[in-house]
Ligand binder design. Sequence first.
Ligand code: DX5
Ligand code: ZN
Length: 223
Amino acid sequence: MRKTLISPSILSADFARLGEEVRAIDAAGCDWVHVDVMDGHFVPNITIGPGVVAAIRPHTHKPLDVHLMIAPADSYLEAFAKAGSDIITVHAEAGPHLDRSLQVIRGLGKKAGVALNPSTPAGAVAHVLDNVDLILVMTVNPGFGGQSFIGAMTDKIRQVKAMIGDRPIHIEVDGGINAQTAALVSAAGADVLVAGSAVFKDGRYQDNIAGIRSAADAAARAT
Ligand code: DX5
Ligand code: ZN
């Protein structure tokens, strides 16, 4: 059976204690650490730059899953690679040359991801499948944590899964994921679940990660 990976979003962490928070989710059993980079232009919020990625890098050996919500992204790819990112995801909507951006990320020795906004069709990745390691289906409009899951995205996850075939590409989901919605996206084919508020809400990181994981794994087993 496919193993569900949980990637807590540090957007919901206490930024004043970020190193400690990264160590805490690592100890609580996360698989990856999701880093939301926002530029106040592609999305209406500003968060983290490469300096912060470099600062948290020594606090975990787990993969840093860096989600770039910035446009243009190309001029920053090298900086995020050098800062210690393991996976770098760009938005399909962020620039005119997605294929080139993906090649640059892989050329920097990193895993390459493409994110799709809710209104972007699955077909936007149809011709780059051999250049991607991960497809991120946004289940909210990017910009903020704590938003409600958009149910129509489960159809898109199914479409992406069918398109991928037997290629070794992760399907990641991001936005409004909790134990309930984890089951829906897992049944549709997602194998990497980002969760911000559902992990960090009450300090019970281990229980929250385990709850999302077991709901997802149960749904995957049932399909
Ligand atoms: C949204 C970000 C998400 C966000 C998820 O733009 O990409 O990673 O932190 O937060 P929750 O899980 O609270 O919806
Ligand atoms: Zn994200």
